[in-house]
Each structure stands twice: as structure tokens, then as C-alpha cells.
Design a protein around this ligand. Structure first.
Ligand code: SF4
Length: 305
């Protein structure tokens, strides 16, 4: 075993193998809001959601989508020449509009040169039938991914974080997409208030039983000016320690089916917004620790499946 061999099925490796080139994901802010913020579902949003709608590295919404796309593409092309691109509609809820509005936004970037498809982050309770049909149609010729936020299978946690939907609604959204064969990447968060390690493992195990194609495992970040920051400052919960997180993620990946692609094993908290845990700013150190832990254990993703 070599430290440079990844012990889990990285999404980036999968895409590179499929298309023969580096695929560069370009995060966009298409100017949406969220039904969990504007009152149509709830007010205030998830307690950890930043004022950028959890799209802290997405573009500036005052720029049109092509400008946002080109700005990132130009930066990235210095690092990766001859890459292909996957636009990622990241900030807020990227299916929260009538289909004609959505189509206009998606298609502004979908048919640009060297774009392989589209990746859309959304909520499981915001998937209209006509949108799902449209995505199924374009997925016949393009790479289409929908990223669904779940965060935890526990409804009591969903209430604490003001998620605005329960596990059953997540299952309905997931089934809708899978009935049309659309690729789904599920987001979960480790370290949510009141959750034990066992609960976090159970979320992973449950998700592992579902028909999903990829997963993003996030670390809970406490960001400035969020309700979570108030809770944290009042001592209502503690953030995870680095090695606890490393051990948990490795435990989770060891029981994750090997064919499920791993898009992330931690999140990105913007340096200016992050309150805690500050160790997470050293992302490469964290990723290395996860690799080392696999090496120490001599295991890999799906080892205990
Ligand atoms: S669903 Fe996403 S955009 Fe909406 S409040 Fe929660 S984290 Fe923010």
C-alpha cells in the first residue's frame, strides 16, 4: 500500500477516467433563494447556512452565469490546461424556480465549449415533475448530477437545524430522481448538534442502503452570523476534534459500498467566515490524515461491506 493511492472512489478520478481529461468543476451562483429561507417552507434557513446560501466559493451573482463561468475557467486553465468543465450550480436552492427560468440558467452554461454536463445542488422537497423530466432528457447526452442535501437521517436533528424537511421527504425526492435514472449525490454532515458518533454512523449506513451514486461527507462548520454561531458561543454544542473526525470518516468509508463515488470527505469553510473548528482550514492536512489512517488500518472504502 502506498500513501499516494487513494483508498476511496473519488468522483474526480471517475470523471477523469470516463472523459480522459481532468474535469474542472466550476461553482456558480445563479441568484436563487431557498424555500427554507423565504417562508414558502420555513423562515431563516438551516442554522448553519451562510449568507451566501452555502455557496461560499460560488461566483458573484451580480455577474451573469457565462461571466462567472469564464472567470473561474480562466483561473483554472492556468493550473490545468486542456481540461473539460462541469458547471456546478451551488449557492442556495438551484431548482427553486419555474422550469422556463431554470432552463435558461442551466442552458446558459450547459452548451458552452468543453462543458460535459451540469451539477445541481438542491433540496429533496424542491423537485417538480417537469424539472425531473427535463433533467432526464438532457442526461441522455450530457453528464447530469443532482446533489441532494440530507445531512442526517434523524428527524429530531432536522428540527434542531431547521432543515424544513424530514427523512421521508428526502426519500420521496431521491426516488423521483432515480425513477428517471438521474445521478444523485447525497450530502451528509458530521458533527451536528446533539448527534452522537453512533447517529453519524447510522446516517452513513442508511444512506449506503439507498440507490445513490455519490456522497459528500461534510464536517459541520460554524460560520459567522449564523444561528449556529449563537448556539456555539452559548456552549450548546461542541465542534468535532480533528482526529475524532478523521477516525469517523474512515469508519464511514470502510462501510460504504465501493461503487458509491466520494465527492468530498470534508467541507470548505471560508477563512473569513469560519468560527470553528479552525483546524479544518488546513484541508490538505486533514485529507492526508485520512489517507494515513487508511494506511495504518490497511483498509479502504467498502472494506467491511
Ligand atoms: S437548504 Fe441550503 S440554501 Fe436553503 S437554508 Fe439550508 S443550507 Fe441554506
Amino acid at each position: 500500500m502506498n500513501i499516494n493511492d487513494k483508498r476511496y472512489s473519488r468522483f474526480s478520478d471517475y470523471l477523469k477516467k470516463k472523459y480522459g481529461k481532468k474535469i474542472i468543476k466550476i461553482s456558480l451562483n445563479a441568484g436563487f433563494t431557498c424555500p427554507n429561507i423565504d417562508g414558502s417552507k420555513a423562515y431563516g434557513g438551516c442554522i448553519y447556512c451562510s449568507n451566501k446560501g452555502s455557496g461560499d466559493f460560488a461566483g458573484v451573482p451580480s455577474n451573469d452565469l457565462v461571466t462567472q463561468f469564464n472567470n473561474v475557467k480562466e483561473r483554472m486553465s492556468k493550473k490545468w490546461k486542456n481540461g473539460l468543465y462541469l458547471p456546478y450550480f451551488q449557492a442556495y436552492t438551484n431548482t427553486y424556480a419555474p422550469l422556463d427560468v431554470l432552463k435558461k440558467k442551466y442552458e446558459a452554461v450547459l452548451y458552452l465549449d468543453n462543458v460535459i454536463g451540469i451539477d445541481i445542488a438542491t433540496r429533496p422537497d424542491c423537485l417538480e415533475d417537469d424539472l425531473v423530466d427535463y433533467l432526464a432528457e438532457i442526461s441522455k447526452t450530457k453528464e447530469v448530477w443532482v446533489e441532494l442535501g440530507l445531512q442526517s437521517i434523524y428527524d429530531e436533528t432536522a428540527r434542531i437545524i431547521n432543515r424544513g424537511h424530514d427523512f421521508n421527504e428526502f426519500l420521496i425526492g431521491l426516488n423521483k430522481l432515480r425513477a428517471k435514472n438521474i445521478n444523485v449525490c447525497v450530502h451528509i454532515i458530521n458533527g451536528l448538534p446533539n448527534e452522537t458518533r453512533e447517529m453519524m454512523m447510522n446516517t452513513l449506513k442508511k444512506v449506503n442502503e439507498l440507490d445513490i451514486q455519490a456522497i459528500k461527507i461534510h464536517l459541520l462548520h460554524v460560520l459567522k452570523d449564523t444561528p449556529l454561531e449563537n448556539m456555539y458561543k452559548k456552549g450548546k454544542f461542541k465542534v468535532m476534534e480533528k482526529m475524532d473526525y478523521v477516525n469517523l470518516v474512515v469508519d464511514q468509508l470502510e462501510v460504504l459500498r465501493p461503487e458509491i463515488l466520494v465527492q468530498r470527505v470534508t467541507g470548505d469553510g471560508g477563512r473569513d467566515e469560519l468560527i470553528a473548528p479552525l483546524w479544518s482550514l488546513k484541508k490538505f492536512e486533514l485529507l492526508n490524515e485520512i489517507d494515513w489512517e487508511f494506511l495504518r488500518r490497511k483498509t479502504k472504502q467498502g472494506y467491511y461491506v
